[in-house]
Design a protein around this ligand. Structure first.
Ligand code: HH2
Length: 278
């Protein structure tokens, strides 16, 4: 399991808005995330929280590009940029970004698929119904796992048909994007079906509001323990990567869950006395 550290350079992100006001602050946080075990840093300049207002392309560039440039010289792990705009990603790519995280699954702009194909970068195709401004109004699915699987399969096909190499595609069910509490739970429980599409899976549940509802934690910064529980579940479910704010906690969860998974310490083994609980 690989850990993607979230670096939001936005004044209004739902859990950490305004925490990174300068490229220097981003570098300091990035260094800590790398030391804690991050495999990728995901830089975002436009909040995706429900009902968020879009920022202009110029404003997004002004937020993201200086941070990407500063990170390029400071860390050795891949830098991802969370943007729905090909122009922003192209500019970030020139400065060293090598992964495009797109919550619109390359449908946010008519030039998105072309840009991803031209640049040959790894691209995250995330599932969302509607836009951040509208997605939580009345999300409805026949069968959320089946519907998300079909939508992601279609998004991957669109990308491949447009020239994106299949080996460059990562899929993401888009926890919290046009989903209610039950949808999010069903998706996490059924994440194994998404693996059947044959692409690596990234999941971003960190600090999201369904965890606040489940655990009665209205402040997103109080949701890291709940996030860690989800990370453990995702390791055991065979997911390839998680996108989290607290990299250190996730790294510990991954180590423990992978050790338990490897030991085959499931209920049957424990009952047979083949695995001591300590
Ligand atoms: N979630 C958020 C943003 N980008 N990208 C992917 N691939 N998957 C996600 O689940 C995802 C994402 C929302 O979380 P965050 O970045 O913490 O907040 P905000 O969008 O308010 O900055």
């Amino acid at each position: 399991m690989r850990i993607w550290g979230v670096l939001n350079v936005t004044p209004d992100s739902f859990s950490d808005g305004g925490a990174i006001a300068t490229p220097e602050a981003a570098v300091a946080l990035a260094r800590r995330m790398v030391a804690d075990g991050a495999a990728v840093l995901d830089v975002g300049g436009e909040s995706r929280r429900p009902f968020a207002r879009p920022v202009s392309e110029a404003e997004e560039m002004a937020r993201v590009l200086p941070v990407v440039e500063a990170l390029r010289d400071a860390v050795r792990i891949p830098i991802s940029v969370d943007t729905r705009r090909p122009a922003v990603f192209r500019a970030a790519h020139r400065l060293g970004a090598s992964v495009w995280n797109d919550v619109t699954a390359l449908s946010g702009d008519p030039g998105s698929v072309r840009a991803a194909a031209d640049l040959g970068v790894t691209v995250v195709l995330m599932h969302m119904r509607g836009t951040p401004e509208t997605m939580q109004v009345a999300p409805a699915y026949d069968d959320v796992v089946g519907d998300v699987t079909a939508d992601l399969e279609a998004a991957a096909r669109r990308a491949v048909d447009g020239g994106v190499a299949p080996g460059r595609i990562v899929l993401d069910p888009g926890i919290g994007f046009g989903k209610n509490l039950d949808h999010n739970i069903d998706l996490l429980r059924g994440v194994g079906r998404l693996r059947g599409l044959g692409f690596p899976l990234l999941v971003g549940a960190s600090r999201k509001s369904f965890l606040g509802t489940l655990c009665a934690r209205p402040d997103p910064r109080d949701r890291d323990h709940a996030t860690t529980a989800v990370t453990t579940w995702l390791v055991l479910a065979g997911v390839d990567a998680v996108r989290v704010h607290d990299v250190r906690a996730a790294a510990d969860a991954v180590r423990v869950a992978e050790a338990l998974g490897r030991a085959g310490a499931g209920p049957a083994a424990a009952a047979a006395g083949t695995d001591a609980p300590t």
